[in-house]
Every structure is written in structure tokens, then in C-alpha cells.
Design a protein around this ligand. Structure first.
Ligand SMILES: Cc1ncc(COP(=O)(O)O)c(C=O)c1O
Length: 394
């Protein structure tokens, strides 16, 4: 019996410190007491309005709308892009619960798309769903940073006149052929929740170039009649078209979260480089372990990984034992094949609010799919400690 490695003496849920500029801005906000983006006065010095402008500029888009979560961003994006009750929305079978939930929230019908061995949507499954359901909306999650061949996806989108909503919750700053994710579709949605590439505590952002979608999204987010205080918005005449018929869902972002995110945008690229280095170290260790393997990553992708996924070819009981061993050494591994939904992990079998659908390949892929969160500031030694525990447990 091998000697057990030492247990981890650090937490994989640790997050990077907030930059000093963010702390200073938050302190000023707290002193002012005004944590709400709108005011009856001028209002354009709002931290949320400024973040929207910065975010739109960062990605080279015209409009940005901040909201209170990534899930709210998806819901608003769907509604603002024109999805109405009963419309069919296609989505990855491999994604997280907020995605089908946003479709449910919009009273649309979710149609799942199967998953390839590289954890992306299967293009044939997409073509089949379009053909058999006539669906016109694709809500595409780049789940855990895995990005399909976007040339093929964009061709299908074009050929079938689909509306593409990109769920970029896990890919802020990642690129396909040098183009930022979130700039390919009609609308894109980001999450600002603590464990994402930027940490606002909670929050979401919608990006688009379409003035009607932008105006509707601003009104839906809860702007009342104060939408002119937005700094990344279409002209006022566009709002005139929509203001009377667009509901106010009151899903606004608060000033503190916006200030936190603004302070991190300038260091996003630097952080992504750190994440890639951590990913490379852990991935090379996993590759050496018998029974474990990694999904392929397209050479066209410049990833922004905040976690790592790998497959275990052993049976369910052996996986359960290995996870328990790793846990006893303080390494928490998530398992997407778990028959129980736990923590941040679930699979489509757990979403009983969707009409029953069976995804053969997804089931096969997820049964041995494991996941570890990667803090961006792990040292070389800490990466070695994680690999030693994986080697011992599997
Ligand atoms: C793939 C995916 N999309 C959307 C979301 C929604 O983000 P939020 O937690 O900010 O609502 C999440 C949450 O982690 C997610 O994993």
C-alpha cells in the first residue's frame, strides 16, 4: 500500500484579493451611502453605468447592460432577443442549472443538444434539433470553458437564420481564432459571481450591438424612466419604441459589485495567463495517471480556464472510493456523473422541470466526468500536491 501524500493545506475555493483601486472605490461608495445605480439627478457617475461602458469597450461591442446575476442575464437576453412563451430554445445538455432555468423562466421550451467526448455540443445533434423542432434560438453554453468549432456553429446559425445567445459564464476573456467569446452571437451573457474570471460577488452582464435588444434589455433590467443615465445605450428614440410595452423585471446590479468588477477588468488578461499556467501544470500531471484522461482543446481556442475537467474510465463504485480518498486529503473533486445533484454540479437528469429527453452521448461522457476548481494563484508546489493526491486516490 502506497504511503498517503500530505493533505492539502490550502483551499481550492480561495479567490484572489480585490485590487486596491476596487477597495478604494467601494470605501467611497460606502461613505456616500448611495449603492443604487440610478438617481433623480444626473446619475452618469454611477459605478454600474461606468462598468457597462468599460465592459462594452473591452469587448468592442456597442451596448452592455449589467444585471444582478448571470442567470438574470440569460433570462433578459432571451426575452430581449424576442423569445416568447412556447418558443423552442436549444441548449447544451451539459451545462449548469441556471441555463435551463432561464429558459423555464422565459416560459420557453427547452430542447437539449447532445455532448461530444470533448464536452461541447454535438453539431449533428444541433442540426437534428433544428430539423425536427424548427427551433430558431440557440442558447449556447461554453460550459466549463469548452468551446465547439465556432466556424461550424456559425455556419449552422447562418444557414438556419438562428438567433445565437452566447452563455459566456465560464469564458470571459477566452478567444476563438483571436476573437473574444461573447462577440460572435447576437447577444452574450457573462456572470460576475465570485468564482468566475472577475469577482463582483454576484452579477451578470449582457453585451450586444443591436439597438432594439439593448433598449429592451435596459428596460427589462429595471431602469424605470432613468435609462438615459446609461453610458452604453442606444439613442433615446429607440427607447421610445419599447418603453410602453416592455416590462420592468427589476434585476439591477448594485454599485459595489460594479466597482469591484471595474477594478479587475484591467488585470483580466494577466489573470487568464496565470490560470492557463496552473491548468497546464495540473493537466500534465493528470495525463500521467492511469485511468484518467483529458478532453481535447482545439488549437484555435485561447482558453480562460477557472477549473479543470477530466475523465475517469473506472466504474461508479471505484469513482466513489477515489473521490472519498481525495476528500479525506482535503481535495474536493466534483463528479458530473453523480446520481445525486450536489454543490455546483448537476446534470440534465436532475432538471425535472424540463420535458423528459434522453441524451445517449451526454450520459456516456458525464458518467466519468470529474472537475476541480483552480484558483489562479496556485503555486507550482500546490499543483504538485494536488497531482500527488490524484495519483494516490486513483
Ligand atoms: C454555464 C453557466 N451559465 C450561467 C450561469 C449563471 O451564472 P450566475 O451564477 O451568475 O447566475 C452559470 C453559473 O455558474 C453557469 O455555470
Amino acid at each position: 500500500m502506497a504511503i498517503p501524500p500530505k493533505a492539502l493545506d490550502f483551499s481550492l475555493t480561495s479567490v484572489a484579493k480585490i485590487p486596491q483601486s476596487g477597495k478604494d472605490r467601494v470605501a467611497t461608495l460606502l461613505d456616500s451611502g448611495n449603492l443604487f445605480r440610478y438617481s433623480e439627478g444626473q446619475g452618469s457617475d454611477s459605478a454600474v453605468a461606468q462598468l457597462e461602458r468599460e465592459f462594452a469597450d473591452f469587448f468592442g461591442k456597442k451596448y452592455a447592460i449589467a444585471v444582478n446575476s448571470g442567470g438574470s442575464a440569460l433570462f433578459i437576453a432571451l426575452k430581449a432577443a424576442g423569445a416568447t412563451s412556447g418558443d423552442i430554445v436549444m441548449l447544451n445538455a451539459f451545462t449548469l442549472a441556471p441555463v435551463p432555468s432561464a429558459i423555464e423562466h422565459s416560459s420557453c421550451e427547452a430542447v437539449l443538444l447532445d455532448t461530444t467526448a470533448d464536452l461541447v455540443i454535438d453539431i449533428e445533434s444541433l442540426k437534428y434539433a433544428i430539423k425536427t423542432t424548427g427551433a430558431k434560438i440557440l442558447l449556447l453554453s461554453y460550459m466549463r470553458g469548452h468551446i465547439p468549432n465556432m466556424d461550424e456553429i456559425m455556419q449552422v446559425v447562418k444557414d438556419n437564420d438562428l438567433t445565437l445567445i452566447e452563455d459566456c459564464a465560464h469564458v470571459m476573456g477566452a478567444k476563438w481564432k483571436n476573437q473574444d467569446m461573447g462577440t460572435l452571437g447576437d447577444v452574450s451573457c457573462f456572470s460576475l459571481q465570485t468564482f468566475k474570471q472577475v469577482n463582483g460577488g454576484e452579477g451578470g452582464i449582457i453585451l450586444c450591438d443591436d439597438e432594439d435588444i439593448a433598449a429592451k434589455a435596459i428596460l427589462m433590467s429595471g431602469s424605470y424612466m432613468l435609462y438615459e443615465q446609461h453610458l452604453a445605450r442606444p439613442p433615446s428614440e429607440v427607447f421610445d419604441k419599447w418603453v410602453a410595452t416592455t416590462p420592468n423585471f427589476s434585476l439591477r446590479l448594485n454599485e459595489i459589485s460594479a466597482a469591484l468588477v471595474s477594478s479587475q477588468l484591467p488585470i483580466l488578461r494577466e489573470k487568464i495567463a496565470a490560470w492557463n499556467s496552473v491548468y497546464a501544470q495540473i493537466a500534465s500531471g493528470i495525463q500521467e495517471i492511469n485511468g484518467l484522461s483529458l478532453p481535447n482543446i482545439s488549437p484555435h481556442l485561447q482558453p480562460a480556464p477557472t477549473s479543470i475537467q477530466f475523465f475517469c474510465s473506472r466504474d461508479e463504485d471505484e469513482i466513489i472510493t477515489a473521490l472519498a480518498t481525495a476528500k479525506s486529503l482535503a481535495l474536493n473533486i466534483k463528479w458530473f456523473g453523480d446520481p445525486q445533484a450536489r454543490g455546483f454540479t448537476s446534470n440534465y437528469h436532475h432538471w425535472n422541470y424540463l420535458p423528459g429527453q434522453k441524451m445517449e452521448n451526454t450520459d456516456e461522457v458525464m458518467k466519468g466526468l470529474l472537475d476541480i476548481r483552480l484558483p489562479s494563484d496556485l503555486s507550482e508546489q500546490q499543483c504538485k500536491d494536488i497531482i500527488a493526491i490524484l495519483r494516490y486516490s486513483f
